[in-house]
Design a protein around this ligand. Structure first.
Ligand code: SAM
Length: 201
């Protein structure tokens, strides 16, 4: 079992220009987590996206590309938060339009609802890709998501120095997160990743 890491740990990963994080989203192992959620955002007219632990903005790129492909433009605000300065710096070179906003924040104590509007809850999604397994306070993070908002999360079935837990089955995920999320779908989507989509209880 790994341990919770400092932001410098992730900076080192992002500073390695030969790593996956410097490839386009399609050429990474996580594309099949991001694309179905981007499709849901376009097909359901989601207006607000909060990407928690956004890394170098790959999911935002997929959302942006999907809107272009489907000729949709329903997303009005996309906020990405991550505590790694290197991740946020990488995003600065990606030329996102103004509706894409990224902030260097430690989500342990940052109030990520600062820009959330209650009357938009049906049009809001919180996305949490490959992040919950990195922190002990995963349940605390989920508790802070407003009831009624859509949530998409992915978690792995493998450990690593930065994973404080991982999951072998969808049942294990339901046991840990089922008190917080009513899952519409939860399945294994790659050899090493589960994807769950639902509504915050
Ligand atoms: C495996 S990466 C996933 C990145 C991105 N969601 C993706 O799908 O590529 C985990 C991310 O969580 C971020 N992270 C870890 N602990 C954090 C914290 N306390 N606050 C904010 N971000 C954190 C790391 O910097 C890293 O970018």
């Amino acid at each position: 079992m790994g341990k919770e890491q400092l932001s410098s740990f992730y900076d080192d990963i992002y500073d390695n220009i030969k790593g996956h994080y410097h490839k386009s989203p399609k050429n990474t192992p996580w594309y099949n987590l991001w694309q179905p959620v981007a499709n849901i955002i376009s097909m359901n007219g989601i207006e607000n996206v909060f990407d928690l632990g956004c890394g170098p903005g790959h999911f935002a790129e997929v959302v942006n590309n999907t809107e272009k492909l489907f000729l949709t433009s329903n997303v009005k605000q996309f906020y990405g938060y991550d505590f790694s300065p290197s991740a946020i710096n990488m995003i600065k070179n990606k030329n996102f339009s103004e509706k894409y906003m990224f902030e260097e924040r430690d989500l342990r104590d940052y109030n990520f609802l600062e820009h959330y509007s209650k009357d938009k809850k049906e049009k809001t999604i919180f996305t949490i890709f490959e992040f919950l397994e990195h922190v002990w306070w995963d349940l605390n993070l989920l508790k802070r998501i407003p009831s009624g908002a859509m949530v998409a999360l992915s978690v792995p079935n493998v450990g690593g120095p930065q994973h404080v837990r991982h999951f072998l089955t969808t049942d294990e995920i339901r046991v840990r997160y089922g008190d917080y999320i009513i899952f519409d779908s939860l399945s294994k989507v790659t050899a090493h990743h589960f994807l769950g989509i639902g509504i915050k209880k």
